[in-house]
Design a protein around this ligand. Structure first.
Ligand SMILES: [Zn+2]
Length: 279
């Protein structure tokens, strides 16, 4: 289950409460050969050594990426973008499968497991910008949960683009951060827009519906403590169910009764209603 902006923010806010001020007494890494090979972990594992005996100064997130800021100018970047589970054990207990385990000075434990594409990196402050995820999420872009995400900005920036919507909203060149393919399908269905439409061809009403849908999805997902498949650091499941996505496979559109279709689009697939969302 992917961890996008709302879930990353929920995890970061919980972690900030749970582990700020604690000192990392031990760490352990598992499945390292495979993780390094696919680029999910530092190539040089000795880069983790400086995190030992460091105090957690705070935990923040932006986009889909979580930054655990340590003293000594060190950081742990956690980006379980396409799937991952973080578990916090206050007083020990059965440790779940993990790629990174941190044991703190009070005996509490934090584990991170990447279940699809994602990263766990130990990075010094002066090397943060070498990280693709840090660059993409912390250094630029407009985030839909921040005050800069205004209708005026959206209309001017997105509305002016003579391109299909996906690269404008998702991926490394997107104007917005924190939106992945799951959110993309959800917001397009809500706004009744076909993914092949070009931004500059949308009417002002359609563009506004798209803007509203992005705000709604992010707000609702935060309010419902994440997607239904997501679990927070305490193992509590989220309650948000996407209006459109793989969960709607073989179902009928709740608005018009048309069969939902799956289409290849922009290097992935999207579910859509061919009646509500016209090319
Ligand atoms: Zn429909």
């Amino acid at each position: 289950m992917s961890v996008e902006l709302p879930e990353a923010r929920i995890l970061a806010e919980q972690l900030d409460q749970a582990i700020t001020g604690k000192i990392i007494k031990e760490y352990d890494l598992k499945d390292v050969e495979r993780m390094i090979k696919v680029g999910f972990l530092n190539k040089d594992l000795s880069e983790f050594k400086p995190i030992k005996d460091k105090k957690v100064l705070g935990v923040t997130s932006r986009g889909n990426t979580i930054r655990v800021h340590l003293d000594g100018e060190m950081n742990i970047l956690i980006g379980p973008e396409y799937g991952g589970v973080l578990s916090y054990l206050e007083k020990g207990g059965k440790v779940p499968k993990y790629h990174l385990k941190l044991v703190f000075d009070d005996g509490s434990i934090l584990t991170t497991r990447i279940t699809s594409m994602g990263i766990v990196y130990a990075v010094a402050d002066d090397r943060l910008t070498e990280s693709y995820l840090y660059n993409r999420d912390f250094m630029g872009g407009i985030s839909p949960d921040e005050p800069d995400f205004t209708w005026a900005w959206f209309k001017e920036t997105i509305g002016a683009e003579n391109r299909q919507l996906k690269p404008l909203l998702v991926g490394k060149d997107a104007h917005i951060i924190g939106v992945s393919n799951a959110t993309f399908q959800d917001v397009l269905y809500r706004a009744k827009i076909h993914p092949k439409r070009r931004a500059s061809d949308l009417s002002e009403d359609e563009l506004h519906a798209l803007y509203d849908a992005i705000k709604t999805v992010v707000t609702e997902r935060l309010g419902k403590l994440g997607k239904a498949e997501f679990t927070d650091i305490y193992g509590v499941q989220g309650g948000y169910v996407a209006a459109m996505g793989p969960n709607m496979k073989d179902q009928k559109c709740p608005r018009c009764g048309t069969e939902i279709e799956k289409r290849a689009h922009g290097g992935g697939s999207v579910y859509l209603c061919p009646s509500c969302q016209r090319e």
